[in-house]
Ligand binder design. Structure first.
Ligand code: FES
Length: 180
């Protein structure tokens, strides 16, 4: 992650709080939050997919709630807490949701992964023990073209386990109900 522009910078514009750090970005208020995160702050976890709020690749958390950053103007994030994939953990120390996706190898091309992880993270923050159906409902509007859905579902349920201090990373994957 690029260090935030200090608030004394002459290029300072909008003040944001991203991944626990306050930063000022020289962006027009109507610029999509996704572009500010990627281009100004070099946070490349959120991806540009459809640009229409439909695929979920750009998902971030705003005050802990999943939001599609491609259709949210950066001005709407001022005064809120923005969390990106980078804010959940690090390579040597991934967050529980990230670890669960690693454990379950829940990616193929990986382009949708940011949206899947962030959407699951948001779900688990408000519902720490979701049913499989609740996970399915939550991810219903996140698109994956590779067909990794079974592993993604496993990862979501495993993330709930890990966050609860249950089965560790080397434990067996959770069984899923039969797919329809
Ligand atoms: Fe934002 Fe598709 S890129 S929803």
């Amino acid at each position: 992650m690029q260090h935030p522009v200090p608030s004394s910078s002459p290029a300072a514009g909008l003040r944001l709080r991203v991944n626990g750090q306050v930063c000022e970005v020289p962006a027009e208020p109507g610029t999509a939050l996704l572009h500010v995160l990627r281009n100004d702050l070099e946070l490349n976890g959120p991806k540009y997919g459809c640009g229409l709020g439909e695929c979920g690749a750009c998902t971030v958390l705003i005050d802990g709630v999943a939001a599609r950053s491609c259709v949210i103007p950066v001005r709407a994030a001022v005064g809120r807490e923005v969390t990106t994939l980078e804010g959940l953990g690090t390579l040597p120390c991934p967050g529980a949701t990230q670890q669960a996706f690693i454990d379950c190898q829940a990616a193929q091309c990986g382009y949708c992964l940011n949206g899947m992880v962030m959407t699951v993270e948001a779900l688990l923050r408000r519902n720490p023990q979701p049913s499989e159906q609740e996970v399915r409902n939550e991810l219903h509007h996140n698109l994956c073209r590779c067909g990794t859905h079974v592993e993604i579902l496993q990862a979501a349920l495993r993330a709930a386990q890990l966050r609860a201090g249950g089965t560790g990373p080397d434990g067996p994957p959770m069984a899923l109900e039969a797919l329809p």
